[in-house]
Design a protein around this ligand. Structure first.
Ligand code: FES
Length: 323
């Protein structure tokens, strides 16, 4: 069998023609961020620095999905370090009703939790369905030590939302989280940061927006929210963005045809270019529209998918690829 070399973060490892990159990485015992291993969660993207791989259509500005890409020759990939996933017990400290279709869940743990905005956890509790959720800050931008805040949108997490309504998830109840997962997280870069929230994508948008406001104060930022967030439920968040003098806009994106989506997005970002870094969160259709709408500007694109379809696929495949 033809032998090639896969260079991972500067170290060389042998690889076989046609072998999945994720299999090469695992075979050599290299720890790398991943979750579903099925191409759905976007949780394993790595940078393709050079060389020859068959990316099976996953290449996005030289960032490929290794669980879908195979060896076609020598190649060099790299990925940024991120917190190692762990399994933590905690309890639900409080559940706040934010609006008709939005709840805020605060979970407290005995130990501090490491995560980077843009990563997600799997949350489960006895008698409920496990779900992937993005931690963020409370809608007023507050942070608390040893606790995670999750904004649960009915549209994004209908099952979890219903379980809260039915009191299956309630104050004081024990729960467990696994994670963090995902590589589409906020990095310390200088390029302009564009953060876009589509339907179901508010939590990760908010985590990145708040964190960048405090931690990357000098970095230019543009925050774009789908018009559907222009409601009283998110007024506290809007007030917070205004009080911190953030550049944010509401744009009508959800449910638009692809050309209209592109027109609406680029009207609000007319100078979008290849040096910009975009973090876009939303459901699968929204992700697809973002990819197409920004194709010719070629920004660095980080996708943060959410929605029950994606969650279920990740959770089902997780059984076969448990850590
Ligand atoms: S897409 Fe590769 S681990 Fe989910």
């Amino acid at each position: 069998m033809t032998e090639f070399q896969l260079t991972i973060n500067g170290r060389d490892y042998d690889a076989r023609l046609g072998e999945r990159l994720s299999d090469v990485i695992s075979r050599h015992g290299v720890s790398f961020p991943h979750h579903c291993l099925s191409g759905y969660c976007e949780g394993c993207r790595v940078q393709l620095n050079s060389g020859s791989v068959n990316d099976h259509g996953t290449n996005l500005r030289r960032r490929i999905i290794p669980c879908q890409s195979t060896i076609a020759g020598n190649a060099d990939i790299s990925f940024d370090p991120s917190p190692k996933p762990s399994n933590l017990r905690g309890h639900i400290e409080r559940i706040d009703r934010i609006g008709e279709v939005v709840k805020q869940l605060t979970v407290t743990f005995e130990k501090p939790i490491s995560w980077i905005p843009g990563q997600y956890f799997q949350l489960e509790s006895r008698g409920t369905t496990a779900a992937n959720v993005y931690p963020c800050f409370s809608l007023g931008g507050r942070t608390e030590f040893s606790s995670l805040c999750f904004i649960i949108e009915k549209q994004a997490n209908p099952t979890m939302f219903a379980e809260i309504q039915q009191d299956k998830l309630r104050n004081g109840k024990a729960c467990r989280i696994k994670g963090p997962y995902g590589t589409s997280f906020l990095r310390r870069e200088e390029e302009r940061l564009v953060c876009i929230a589509g339907p179901t994508g508010f939590a990760s948008f908010w985590a990145i927006a708040v964190s960048a406001t405090f931690g990357l104060a000098n970095r230019e930022k543009i925050l774009v929210l789908d018009e559907s967030y222009n409601t009283p439920s998110f007024l506290e968040a809007v007030n917070w963005m205004q009080s911190h003098k953030l550049d944010f806009r509401f744009v009508d994106l959800a449910g638009q045809s692809e050309p209209q989506f592109q027109q609406n997005l680029l009207q609000t970002l007319p100078d979008l270019n290849e040096f910009d870094v975009i973090h876009a969160s939303g459901n699968a259709d929204f992700m697809q529209n973002i990819k197409q709408a920004t194709d010719s500007q070629k920004p660095c694109l980080h996708l943060l998918p959410l929605g029950e379809k994606i969650e279920n696929l990740c959770l089902n495949t997780l059984v076969a690829h448990e850590y």
